[in-house]
Design a binder for this molecule. Structure first.
Ligand code: FUL
Length: 743
């Protein structure tokens, strides 16, 4: 028999129907590939990789919350710098019950709080630093945000997780700072005793570490022993700055976490990987059994996995190890991770959030949505409304199973994911008949991954229509959960066909649903001539009020209405019929009878028709400077490869009044993101005067448009944007679009 080296979190042993050796095979979350493994035996091994118990529980959470809160909430920055005076965290009120109620209403199951973001400020009463909540006026320095949140979580039945940033700018920048201080490695006892503040938990550890790792382990010890059970520990891979060759002794962190928080999964390490973007984008095929070139259970650092194909058979053939590692799809409900303001910072619509929910939860991943509290210690009302609406849609759509009384295979229709049907004979299909015809546009499928791994590679849904089977939709893998979305279909007989799989798949659940789509979301665009158009957003799933796809056809039952004065569009607002000239704030919504779709708002900058590029320090030939002002965010200027400063100079055609400028970074490349820069103006295009410096954090992971408001209105005809630093230390500057706002 082939030797199968298993790293057992041994879950159970099953007899595999397709095992070429007809032996019993142990399932495990990690397995080594042997030198004599063949393609077939690699796939056989892959088909027995299952999540650990903690990973499986984490998948079942499905929809979870992120809370970014800290000094950035008050400075309105995306990334702090470590030099912040703690007093700027001027929190007067805190309402963690309000957060938890809103999350609960949204059907979320866990919340992860940034107890320390990159600037190093701590939100709990740590014994090991004064750089945090203890040095603010909040509750006279005695407040503890994690403690309040833990109590609210208990009250509302939510699990709790912590985000502890390994990058720590306070410890980097401060003279006494521990990060990268080149201290020696020696045996250190964790927790380090602190006089007058004993721990109730008497566990101790001895690790051979340096000062910063000791500090980090001490903080983990506090977080994991003094706030109730912690279910996820989130390690961000981002590094605004590094120092002293600092390394992280993750193997020690892991031992501490698994001892003190045995139910926790670890993000950014062996348990959970980043989905690869911060925009809520999902892969069409998200495999959680993935190849590794080293043993992930012994690895200290994990690289980001961002490619499109990460777990196809071809990828698995290259593996040295196969490992179960699920993805989290993370994004923020607001532009940016931290709260800035209620009027300028956009909030995602319920349509967007629900769409990401269906793609991520229904795409074999977990959806981690950030809701940043405001400076009053609450979620803003717009965010709360979106959460409530998303929760309502989840309950209305997925709370009713239209196959509830259907006949077919009991184990897949019994709404119990612990029972399953092993499809080990051909044809691999499941037929479901309902008592009466049902109209559906969503199908949920699940595999019994805890015992039989993820095996389905391709599947299709058919409906019995006019006396024959008709294919309605097809997709690739299933794994923990796949939500199929398709035009509404009415029948009393459906068939799921498994078209390709790794061994015999075990299907644990199939349920059918109907989603009542609201009027479509809109998008506002403007041509270089200044003509504004408003149209339904192009979606794979357009608005299908009567079964037909009417997206793009504004005469088929919807009305688009808009305002130019900042007010909410109503049924009596002007009707959009033909493109019109406009600058400033446009708000628009689609109406269908009495129903209103979500409002889109866009602050259109001053017209670019008469703008000219009058200076630059060189461009790549296929990315000339005029692409920065062509009203097309999909094209960009890329400067020549030189050191900073890079610059671009624009003649606005006439003196203009400028309140802010918006920088759209390119999305096709992560090169050239202008992190820090300076804005200059001139009367003649020759002599330049500095107006203000600007700074945008986290551009590489989150390349969304950023707006810099000037402290005072600027009047200018010639403007110059000059780079100071480029994200990731790159050598070029890039601009997809520059806009100037005059209101
Ligand atoms: C990123 C960070 O740099 C952002 O600030 C945010 O915390 C996000 C979740 O991860 O890498």
């Amino acid at each position: 028999m082939r030797k199968i080296v298993l790293y057992t979190f041994l879950v159970l042993t099953i007899a595999s129907c397709s095992n070429p050796n007809k032996t019993k095979v142990s399932v495990s979350s990690t397995v080594e590939i042997d030198s004599d493994d063949t393609k077939d035996s690699i796939i056989f091994k892959a088909a027995h990789i299952v999540p650990t118990k903690n990973q499986y529980e984490a998948l079942k959470n499905e929809f979870i919350a992120f809370i970014h809160f800290g000094p950035n909430t008050f400075t309105r920055m995306e990334w702090g710098n470590g030099f912040e005076n703690p007093e700027i965290f001027d929190l007067q009120n805190l309402d963690t019950d309000q957060w938890c109620k809103a999350m609960k209403d949204a059907e979320m199951k866990m919340v992860i709080l940034t107890v320390k973001h990159h600037e190093g400020f701590v939100l709990w009463q740590s014994r090991y630093t004064k750089h945090g909540i203890m040095s603010t006026g909040f509750e006279d320095g005695n407040g503890d945000i994690l403690k309040d949140l833990a109590a609210s979580c208990e009250k509302y039945g939510l699990k709790l997780g912590v985000y502890l940033s390994p990058a720590d700018l306070y410890q980097i920048e401060n003279e006494e700072g521990l990060y990268g201080n080149l201290s020696e490695y020696s045996d250190r006892v964790i927790p380090t005793p602190v006089e007058g503040r004993p721990f109730k938990n008497k566990t101790t550890f001895t690790f051979n570490v340096d000062d910063y790792n000791e500090y980090f382990l001490n903080q983990l010890f506090e977080l994991l022993t003094e706030y109730g059970p912690i279910h996820e520990v989130w390690f961000d891979g981002a590094h605004p700055k590094r120092k002293g060759g600092q390394e992280y002794n993750y193997i020690a962190w892991k031992e501490l976490i698994s001892t003190l928080a045995p139910e926790a999964v670890v993000f950014g390490k062996q348990d959970i990987r980043w989905g690869g973007n911060e925009a809520g984008a999902t892969r069409d095929t998200e495999w959680n059994v993935i190849p590794y070139s080293g043993n992930p259970l012994q690895m200290n650092s994990f690289a980001d996995i961002t490619g499109e194909d990460i777990g196809s058979r071809e990828k698995l053939y290259e593996a040295k190890y196969l490992h179960y590692q699920q993805a989290e799809i993370n994004t923020s409900i607001r532009e940016g991770w931290f709260y800035r303001d209620d009027d300028k910072q956009k909030v995602r619509s319920a349509d967007d959030v629900f769409d990401i929910y269906e793609r991520s939860v229904g795409g074999n991943t977990t959806f981690l949505l950030n809701i940043p509290p405001n400076r009053d210690g609450k979620f803003s009302s717009e965010d709360v409304q979106v959460l409530e609406e998303v929760g309502r849609r989840i309950r209305e759509t997925y709370g009713t199973n239209l196959f509830a009384d259907a006949s077919g295979i009991k184990n897949v229709l019994d709404a119990n994911i612990d029972t399953f049907e092993l499809l080990d004979k051909d044809p691999k299909e499941i037929i479901i008949e309902t008592k009466k015809p049902v109209t559906i546009n969503r199908l949920v499928l699940q595999e019994a991954i805890a015992t039989h791994s993820e095996r389905v590679e391709k599947h299709a849904l058919d409906a019995w229509l006019d006396g024959a089977w008709k294919e309605i939709v097809s997709a690739t893998n299933i794994g923990y959960k796949r939500i199929l979305r398709f035009p509404e279909t009415t029948s009393n007989k459906f068939r799921v066909r498994i078209l390709e799989s790794r061994l015999a798949p075990a299907i644990s659940n199939i349920s059918a649903h109907y989603y009542q789509p609201p009027p479509p979301q809109l998008s506002v665009t403007r041509s270089l001539d200044g003509l504004v158009s408003i149209q339904p957003q192009k979606h794979e799933f357009g608005w299908k009020p009567h079964g037909e796809d009417s997206s793009g056809n504004i005469n088929s039952g919807i009305e688009i209405r808009y305002t130019k004065d900042g007010s909410e569009p109503t049924k009596t607002s002007p009707l959009f019929e033909v493109p019109f000239l406009a600058t400033g704030l446009i708000k628009a919504a689609a109406f269908s009878n009495e129903e209103k779709g979500s409002t889109v708002s866009l602050n259109l900058g001053i017209l670019k028709k008469d703008w000219k590029i009058v200076g630059e320090n060189g461009s790549e030939s296929d990315h000339p400077a005029h692409l920065a002002i062509d009203e097309d965010p999909h094209t960009h200027w890329m400067s020549a490869k030189k050191n900073v400063p890079h610059f671009i100079e624009i003649d606005l055609g006439a003196v203009q009044t400028l309140k802010a400028f918006a920088y759209t970074p390119p999305t096709e490349t992560s090169d050239g993101m202008i992190e820090q820069g300076v804005f200059k103006v001139s009367d003649d295009g020759k002599t330049w005067k500095e107006v203000e410096r600007f700074e945008f954090g986290n551009l590489i992971n989150d390349p969304t448009p950023r707006t810099h408001y000037f402290q005072e209105t600027v009047n200018a005809r010639f403007v110059r944007i000059e780079s100071i630093t480029i994200a990731g230390g790159k050598k070029q500057a890039a601009i997809a679009e520059i806009d100037f706002l005059s209101n």
